[in-house]
Design a protein around this ligand. Structure first.
Ligand SMILES: [Zn+2]
Length: 201
């Protein structure tokens, strides 16, 4: 989450099949709660994953950790968890799928809350919800934001474990590297946690 990106239109192959696949999954789950989810052939996993990774420039959609290919199993995350009966039919929906790092996935598990922020929401801006604390490596709810926005920021930080120790450490490291970069060769997209670096330069 955190660093805004724009979602391209749903690819044709998915427009044609996502609803039917979701209904199929919903029915199978109802018949057998132990039914195991998988990506059907018509979903074209590899192709769909490539499109989603291009959308975020291979960053995690939630924490903005970069270079997902190298650092992670490149999981696709269901924003609205497919394990919940009310979301079964969204299991293959383009708008419900995000590139996600292993850490975000294991922090969030099957949790979901309507207050959760997502970075491709229309009008989403980091500073409307968060501030960066450069001394600790944390991100915090923006004290100047509305109460509603601050509480959404809190919820999002909590559910994705955005301030767990390892992340604070990596943000500080990333900031140090960013400040030492060669401005002619390095671009922001090469770094993790871009929202954290933007105003630090
Ligand atoms: Zn992540």
């Amino acid at each position: 989450m955190m660093y805004p990106f724009i979602r391209p239109a749903c690819p044709d192959h998915l427009t044609e099949c996502w609803e039917a696949l979701g209904l199929r999954y919903e029915a199978a789950k109802k018949a057998n709660p132990k039914y195991k989810f998988y990506w059907f052939t018509t979903f074209r996993y590899e192709e769909t994953r490539e499109l989603l990774l291009a959308m975020t420039k291979t960053h995690c959609a939630f924490c903005d950790g970069g270079d997902l290919g190298a650092m992670s199993r490149e999981t696709l995350e269901h924003f609205r968890p497919k394990s919940r009966p009310e979301f079964h039919r969204l299991a293959y929906q383009w708008e419900n799928l995000y590139p996600c790092c292993d850490r975000c996935q294991s922090e969030k598990h099957e949790q979901y809350d309507d207050a959760l922020l997502i970075a491709d929401a229309v009008g989403y801006a980091f500073e409307d919800y968060f501030i960066a604390d450069y001394s600790t490596g944390e991100i915090l709810p923006n004290p100047l934001a509305s109460a509603v926005n601050q509480s959404r920021a809190d919820k999002t930080i909590e559910l994705y474990g955005l301030n767990i120790d390892v992340r604070k450490t990596i943000r500080k490291k990333e900031l140090k590297h960013y400040l030492q970069r060669n401005p002619d060769t390095s671009i922001l997209d090469d770094f993790s946690y871009r929202y954290f670096l933007l105003d630090a330069s």
